[in-house]
Design a protein around this ligand. Structure first.
Ligand SMILES: O=C(O)/C=C(\C=C(/O)C(=O)O)C(=O)O
Length: 287
C-alpha cells in the first residue's frame, strides 16, 4: 500500500526544532536494492519525499530507522542522512561481522544506534546470538539499541532484553493489545520495562495498534499513560512510509494532530518532540 499522497497540514504546530524520531527511507530500488531475504517489498520512499513531509508537518529533523526490507545494507539510509544537511541521524541494522573501522565510519555518518527486530513476520526467528555480539561491539560508541517486539512475546523475551547493555528504546509502545485494556498483563509488562531508567519508548504507530481505526481513540490512553509516566524517556515518530499497513494508510498530518491528545501540555510536547530526541541523537548540541 503506498503512503498517503497528500497528508493534511496539521493544526498542531510542533515546537521549533521538533524531531520525527522514527521514519524510514526505502530505495529507490533501482539504486538501493532491497534485501534478498526480506519478508516484504515496500514501495520506493526516497529521502526527498521524507524531507518534504518533514517540512510539511512542521518538523526540523528526522531519525531514519533501518527497516528489515533493506536487511543489513544501510546504504539508502546513509544516503538520506548525507543529503539532510545535518538534519537527520540514523539507527542501523548490523551483523557481528561489522569491523571497528566500519563502526567508526557509521558513527561519523550519523548513526547513533542499532535495531533488533523480534517480529516473526519480519525476521522469522530473531538472531539473538548475533544481537548480543552486535550489542557488545557498539557499547564503546555510546550507541543505543532500538527493539521491536510483539507484547505477547514479552514474557519470554524480557530476560533477554533486560540483559542487553546500555540504553534500550522500545518501538511502537511495545505493540500492546489495546482491546485488552490499560490493565492488561501485556501492557503491564511493557510498563514494567520502563521502571528501568535504561529503557525509553516510542509512542508511535497508533495505526498499527488500533481496533477502532482513524482517530485512534482506543490507542490514545496507552500512549498518554506512557508519556505521563515517563516524560523524559518518550519519543514520537511518523513511521513514514508506514510499511505493511493493510487496513488503511494513515494521514501523517492526522498523526501529528494526535500529539496534543497524548502529550497534553506544552512542556510534555517539548520533551517528547525536542528535548528527548535531541538528548539521544544530537547530544553534542544539548546545552
Ligand atoms: O516500520 C515499522 O517500524 C514497522 C514495521 C516494519 C519494520 O519495522 C521493518 O521492516 O523493519 C512493521 O510493523 O511491519
Amino acid at each position: 500500500m503506498p503512503f498517503h499522497p497528500s497528508p493534511a497540514k496539521p493544526a498542531f504546530v510542533p515546537p521549533a526544532g521538533a524531531v520525527d524520531a522514527h521514519c524510514h527511507v526505502f530505495g529507490p530500488a533501482a539504486r538501493f536494492p532491497f534485501a534478498p531475504e526480506r519478508k516484504y517489498t515496500p514501495v520506493d520512499a526516497p529521502a526527498e519525499t521524507l524531507f518534504d513531509l518533514r517540512d510539511h508537518l512542521g518538523f526540523a529533523r528526522n531519525v531514519i530507522v533501518q527497516a528489515t526490507c533493506h536487511g543489513t545494507d544501510n546504504a539508502a539510509m546513509l544516503d538520506a542522512i548525507a543529503k539532510s544537511g545535518g538534519r537527520a541521524r540514523g539507527v542501523a541494522v548490523l551483523d557481528e561481522t561489522v569491523t571497528d573501522a566500519e563502526l567508526e565510519r557509521l558513527h561519523a555518518a550519523g548513526i547513533r544506534g542499532v535495531r533488533f527486530n523480534f517480529l516473526k513476520r519480519l525476521v522469522g526467528d530473531a538472531p539473538r546470538d548475533r544481537y548480543v555480539k552486535v550489542a557488545e561491539r557498539i557499547a564503546r560508541l555510546g550507541w543505543h539499541i532500538v527493539i521491536y517486539f510483539e507484547s505477547e512475546e514479552l514474557e519470554e523475551l524480557s530476560p533477554f532484553i533486560r540483559a542487553l547493555p546500555g540504553t534500550i528504546v522500545i518501538d511502537h509502545m511495545g505493540r500492546p493489545d489495546v482491546t485488552a485494556g490499560l490493565g492488561s498483563e501485556g501492557f503491564a509488562r511493557v510498563r514494567a520495562l520502563m521502571d528501568d531508567p535504561r529503557f525509553w519508548i516510542k509512542v508511535s504507530c497508533p495505526e498499527r495498534l488500533t481496533a477502532a481505526g482513524p482517530m485512534y481513540d482506543d490507542v490514545v490512553p496507552f500512549a498518554r499513560a506512557l508519556v505521563e509516566a515517563n516524560p523524559d524517556r518518550v519519543l514520537w515518530g511518523t513511521d513514514w512510509p508506514h510499511p505493511n499497513m493493510r487496513s488503511h494508510m494513515p494521514d501523517d498530518g492526522m498523526l501529528v494532530d494526535m500529539i496534543p491528545r497524548i502529550a497534553p501540555t506544552p512542556e510534555l510536547q517539548r520533551k517528547l518532540l525536542l528535548e528527548n530526541p535531541m538528548r539521544l541523537y544530537w547530544p553534542e548540541e544539548v546545552l
